[in-house]
Every structure is written in structure tokens, then in C-alpha cells.
Design a protein around this ligand. Structure first.
Ligand code: GCU
Length: 674
């Protein structure tokens, strides 16, 4: 991963050695000890030299690391002023003069802050940056920064493309796989502070004593890295484990069962984070089975967790069993009326878009629509709909596109980021979740570039306003080194890569055209399934008259769930951005695009262009031969070849399929597929 601290070029290393002559880092906690060890190992790797440890500040070039508790004298220095702006988890890294000596200081209020500060400092060294001007003060904008593992107890991973689950349940709690520690290191290094161990489609067994004991071992390993353990709770567990007749949240026996279960969990894991719940969605049990609302279900669990300080993350990814009017409307319809009815320790977890982790979706209309309820973001890091772990798609651009979208919930600049960081409505409970893309694959994520998506997710959970390009460059430098020509070519490739996938899969606002159930490869022809909204024809609505899902007032009306300003932008096909055109509109094949082309020509342009862009990626990568590790080079090279085949398949399948409705020729200069 990005924590491979290979030697820096000699000149850079020599320069750093001048400025880093000694380390003053008193250790008073396990987390301090981890931070110190990480620092020493990394500096040894980067500079080829051990940092000398000292007890007092004597020489110029000492690296001073501590909190007001571990270095009381720091409080008297001007630099301590920064502590007022770093909260519980933030840190400052400053180059300054202390007692007349040029010194680099990493300071924080807590050991966790120190750990994050150390990782950030190591990033500075990896990128080869000047440390004589360092002046960083930062703290996370989001309090709970979580991975969601869709890992089953048999070690399969739902929508996992990087091997099996990291959690070796069979050998836990006895065997503490060193990989658990590496997992914690990687997460802590990007600011992740929580992990939900098991699938949202939850097995109640997870809540039984043997599994709690195993989970407690993982919690013990993760704790020094500032990472809390959370569990997905199956709503019907009182029936399955407790032999109760129902799981009605208003039934006192059910409430008591959860109170007892939660107390038991806290005996195993004293700092347990709380529950993630998928209820009344895709066949999962929930409060609606008993005529109760999502709020009543969530509040029951929240009451059980409250005395222990735990939270409930209640998912808004719901859709009814009956045939929908428009699936995109359902979460809003069910949750908006419940605004203000949730306990303080409940946060509603909303996917970035209203359908399901598509290559592109407009932001979910719930963002900004529930000012009286904390809402958290759920992104999917694993590429369920973006070509799994064989397609290169940097998701930093997808994440930030959603986060920076303006909901207009409270006038302009009411971005999704401001909804979830709490600043828009004054919410205190803030969180972000990312569906993990990790597994037993030797490189953790399957595709070597998928590591960047894990990395970017962590960085954006820390700062949802962070720049996707800066993060991509950071990852590239820490992964491949600082060769300017390598960075200069790979960075634009990464930044374009997700748009490329959109182009050859679902351009112009199309969505859910993927193969039935597995969601890999094209399947625009999918129809006649149990539910209309499990077919592709439902989403693209292609016919002789045109293509696209009308969500305006003349169609499903889903657009009315957005603020008036957003509605005004999207309602008119003349102003609706091309990216969302067929998401909101059903338009004739000869509709005139802003570019002057017909809709059919534009659609073909995207599909053909997407394939060309993959070929460009192959050329860019080929130019890196000899500049990156040969195994990684070959793997990416082979995967890009697969991606090119798949992009071609997507193009040909979609263009041929839609052509039977458009009846129009492939535009000049492009080849008619067979
Ligand atoms: C998608 C995905 C499922 C998952 C669900 C969810 O529909 O395909 O595998 O369970 O999302 O987020 O709950």
C-alpha cells in the first residue's frame, strides 16, 4: 500500500537528515507507542538511518512530538496556540523555533491526534516536500469515519472483488493474523476510525457470544490505532437468537432483549461503536413488519445503546416489495416524513445517489431534506457497478462530485458536504461510511489502482471538501515515488478514469444497464424479472420514441424531491447538464444536444469515446514500463487489456441494442459494430 517506505533519493534523504537529527517523543499510551514505532520504521526505510531518541530538547533539528499531557512545557510556547484548533483528533505540524532552536513539532490534544499527525508527516517525507516551512493545522470535519464490510461469516464478501474476507472467523479469537494490524495501520494512516465488520445483509449469529469474542479480539487489535468496532445487527435477532415470538420494537420483551444483548456486547467490547442496520429493504426484516416506522425501529436500538455511548446508523437504502412507481423516490418518501423523530444517537445513512452506486448519479434528494436529523454519507469503494476489480476507475472524482453538489437546502452553497459535516444544520453527530474494497488479495484491493479509492475515501471522510486531484497525486507519489513525468502522466489518467467508465457504460445519465444480478458487463436488454426495478429496460425506457427516464412533472415527479433551484436546473432539457440528461428526461433520438449533435450521435460519441479513452490509458501505462515495479506494471497492463475488451463489449452491446430503437446509422467515421 502507500505505507511502503522505500528509500528516498540520496539528496532528498541527506537534506532531511540535516533537519531530523533527534526525536523527542514521550510515550504514555499504546497509541503513542504505535505512532512512535511507525515513525521509526518509516524513517529508517526512507532515510536509511535510525532516528536518535532524546529526553530533552537539546539540539537543532529535533523532531518534537507530544500532547499537553506528555510535554507540559509545550503549553508555554506560542505554538501551543494551534491546539485550540485541532479538537480531539486533529494535529498541528509546524516548523518553528523553540528555545531558539529550529525544530519540527507535531502536536495534538490526544494520542489519536498524534498518530494522525505522524502519518501525515510521513506523507510529507514520502512526497519529498520541504519540511522547513511546515505549517499545518487540521482536524477532521466528520466525527465517525467508517468502513462498512459486506463480509459474511463464511468469509465470502458480498460485492467483494479482492478475495475473501480479511476476518478469519474460524481461527479467531486464538489466531491474531498480522494482517489485522496492517489493516489497522492502513486505515489509521488515512484517518479512518471505525469499522463495521459484517455484511448489512446480516446474519444474527454475529451477535452470539462466540462471534462477539472473536470481534472483541479484532477490537483489541484495532484500538491502539484509534479504530472502533461496529456491527451490523439483524433486526429479527430476538426471534432467531432469543426465541421471542416477534421483533416488534414496541414490544417490551423485545426491548429488554436488545438491552441485554447490548450490555453483553459492551462486556466484550467496552468501546463498541454501535449498530448499522439495513431494515425493510431487499427482504431484510425490520419494524415495518409490525406496522412500525423506521424511526421506531431505530429508536429502540438507540435506547439500548445510549447508556453505553453507542450509535445507530440506520440505512435509508430501502425500496418496497411492491412494484414501484419510481425506485428513485422511495427513500425520500419513507424518511422525509420522519425528520426530527429519531433519537440523538441515531444517524440516517444515505447512499450518494437514490438508485444504487451507479457510475454516475445525481446526489440523493434526502441530502438537505431532513434538517432535523443527522444524515451520513454512504459511498461504495468496492466497484460493484464500475467494472469490479478489473477496471481502473479512480473514485475520488465521483466522491467529490457528490460532496460538492449544491442541495440549495438553505440557499446557495448548501453543499452535500455541509449537510454531512453538520455545518448546514448544526448537527453534532456526523459520519461517513465507505463500503470496503479490501480482501485477502495480496495487494488488498484486487486492482492495484483500487488502493487509491480506499485512500481517497479516507481522505474525503476527514475533509469532504478535499480536492480529488490533490488526493490522487498524494496517493501516486506515496505509491510509485516522485518521478515528475510519471506523476504528470498518471495523474490525468486517474482523473479521467471514472468519466471513461461512465462513457462506455452509462453515459448521459443512463443507469443500471449492467448484467442481471452480478452487475458486471452490459445487459441493457434485461427484462421480465420479479420486479420491474430489477430490469434494465425499466431504467432506460428506450423505445422508438426515444430514451431516458422522465422524472419531471410529466413523468414520475422524482425531481420534485429536490430544492426549487435544483429542480429549475434539471427540469428543462435545455439547461439540464448532459451528465444527468437521461436520468431526468425521456427524449427523442433526434433531440438537439447543446453541442448541436442529435442525442443518438452524442450517445454513440460517448460509447466510442470511452473505448478510445481506455486505449489511451493503455498507452499512458505502457510508457511507465521500467518506472514502476515490474509485477505491478504487468498486472495493470493485463487489467487494462481486459478493460479495453470489456469497454468494447459495452459499446457494441449498448449501441446495437439501442440502435434497434433509434433506427439511425452509426455517425460518420465510426464503425458499425457487428
Ligand atoms: C446493492 C447490492 C446489494 C446490497 C445492497 C445494499 O443492491 O447489489 O448486494 O446488499 O446494495 O446496499 O444493501
Amino acid at each position: 500500500l502507500w505505507l511502503d517506505f522505500k528509500p528516498l533519493p540520496t539528496e532528498t534523504a541527506a537534506n532531511y537528515k540535516q533537519q531530523l537529527r533527534a526525536l523527542l517523543f514521550p510515550v504514555t499510551s499504546q497509541t503513542d507507542s504505535v505512532a512512535r514505532q511507525e515513525l521509526l520504521t518509516a524513517v529508517n526505510g526512507l532515510l536509511g538511518e535510525c532516528l536518535k531518541s532524546v529526553d530533552t530538547l537539546q539540539e537543532t533539528g529535533t523532531l518534537v512530538i507530544g500532547t499537553p499531557a506528555t510535554l507540559p512545557w509545550l503549553a508555554g510556547e506560542a505554538i501551543a496556540e494551534h491546539l485550540r484548533h485541532v479538537g480531539d483528533e486533529g494535529y498541528g505540524i509546524h516548523h518553528t523555533a523553540i528555545k531558539g532552536k529550529p525544530t519540527t513539532v507535531i502536536l495534538a490534544n490526544t494520542s489519536s491526534g498524534i498518530l494522525y499527525g505522524v502519518y501525515a508527516f510521513l506523507g510529507v517525507l514520502q512526497r519529498g516536500e520541504d519540511i522547513s516551512q511546515l505549517a499545518t493545522t487540521t482536524q477532521p470535519k466528520i466525527a465517525l469515519r467508517l468502513l462498512n464490510h459486506w463480509d459474511n461469516l463464511d468469509r465470502t464478501v458480498e460485492r467483494g472483488y479482492a478475495g475473501f474476507s480479511l476476518w478469519d472467523w474460524h481461527r479467531l479469537p486464538g489466531y491474531r493474523d498480522p494482517r489485522y494490524t496492517d489493516y489497522a495501520r492502513a486505515n489509521a494512516s488515512i484517518g479512518i476510525n471505525g469499522t463495521v465488520l459484517n455484511n448489512v445483509n446480516a446474519n444474527a449469529l454475529m451477535l452470539t457470544a462466540p462471534y462477539l469474542e472473536k470481534a472483541a479480539t479484532l477490537a483489541d487489535i484495532f484500538r491502539p490505532y484509534g479504530i472502533k468496532v461496529y456491527l451490523s445487527a439483524r433486526f429479527s435477532a430476538p426471534i432467531e437468537l432469543g426465541s421471542l415470538a416477534d421483533a416488534d420494537p414496541l414490544n417490551p420483551e423485545v426491548q429488554q432483549w436488545w438491552n441485554d444483548k447490548v450490555a453483553e456486547i459492551y462486556r466484550y467490547i467496552p468501546d463498541f461503536g454501535g449498530f448499522l442496520v439495513k431494515a425493510n429493504s431487499e427482504g431484510q426484516p425490520g419494524p415495518q413488519n409490525y406496522g412500525r416506522s423506521h424511526a421506531e425501529g431505530a429508536n429502540m436500538l438507540a435506547d439500548a445503546l445510549n447508556p453505553h455511548g453507542g450509535v445507530v446508523m440506520w440505512r435509508a437504502f430501502v425500496y418496497e416489495d411492491t412494484e414501484p412507481e419510481d425506485r428513485a423516490k422511495q427513500a425520500y418518501n419513507e424518511f422525509k416524513p420522519l425528520d426530527g423523530q429519531f433519537r440523538d444517537n441515531v444517524i440516517v445513512q444515505v447512499k450518494n445517489g437514490a438508485i444504487d452506486f451507479q457510475p454516475r448519479e445525481p446526489f440523493h434528494p434526502l441530502f438537505g431534506a431532513m434538517p432535523g436529523t443527522p444524515l451520513m454519507m454512504e459511498f461504495q469503494i468496492t466497484q460493484e457497478y464500475l467494472g469490479f476489480a478489473t477496471n481502473l476507475a479512480y473514485l475520488g472524482t465521483l466522491f467529490s462530485e457528490t460532496l460538492l453538489a449544491d442541495t440549495y437546502a438553505d440557499g446557495p452553497h448548501s453543499t452535500v458536504a455541509r449537510v454531512i459535516d453538520g455545518s448546514l444544520t448544526g448537527q453534532k453527530l456526523t459520519a461517513m461510511a465507505g463500503v470496503a474494497n479490501t480482501g485477502t488479495a495480496i495487494n488488498w484491493t484486487g486492482h492495484p489502482f483500487a488502493q487509491a479509492n480506499w485512500f481517497a475515501y479516507g481522505k474525503m471522510a476527514w475533509d469532504p471538501d478535499a480536492d480529488a486531484g490533490t488526493i490522487a497525486e498524494d496517493w501516486l507519489r506515496r505509491t510509485f515515488g516522485n518521478d515528475a513525468s510519471l506523476i504528470g502522466t498518471l495523474l490525468p489518467m486517474m482523473m479521467q478514469s471514472r468519466e471513461t467508465v461512465v462513457n462506455y457504460m452509462t453515459p448521459l445519465g443512463l443507469h443500471h444497464l449492467m448484467g442481471w444480478s452480478h452487475h458486471y458487463g452490459p445487459g441493457p436488454w434485461i427484462k421480465d424479472k420479479q420486479r420491474a426495478d430489477w430490469t434494465s429496460v425499466y431504467y432506460h425506457q428506450a423505445g422508438k420514441d426515444g430514451i431516458g427516464f422522465d422524472r419531471t412533472a410529466s413523468g414520475s415527479g422524482a425531481l420534485s424531491q429536490y430544492a426549487p433551484e435544483v429542480q429549475a436546473l434539471f427540469a428543462d432539457p435545455q439547461t439540464c447538464p448532459d451528465e444527468y440528461l437521461l436520468w431526468f428526461h425521456h427524449l427523442p433520438w433526434d433531440f438537439r444536444m447543446k453541442s448541436g449533435e442529435t442525442l443518438w450521435e452524442a450517445l454513440c460519441g460517448h460509447y466510442y469515446g470511452g473505448v478510445e479513452e481506455v486505449a489511451d490509458m493503455q498507452a499512458v501505462w505502457e510508457a511507465q514500463r521500467g518506472k514502476v515495479d515490474s509485477t505491478v506494471f504487468q498486472e495493470v497492463s493485463d487489467l487494462l487489456a481486459i478493460q479495453h475488451q470489456e469497454a468494447t463489449l459495452w459499446r457494441d452491446a449498448c449501441v446495437l441494442y439501442f440502435q434497434q430503437f433509434s433506427g439511425m446509422p452509426i455517425p460518420d467515421g465510426l464503425e458499425q459494430p457487428e
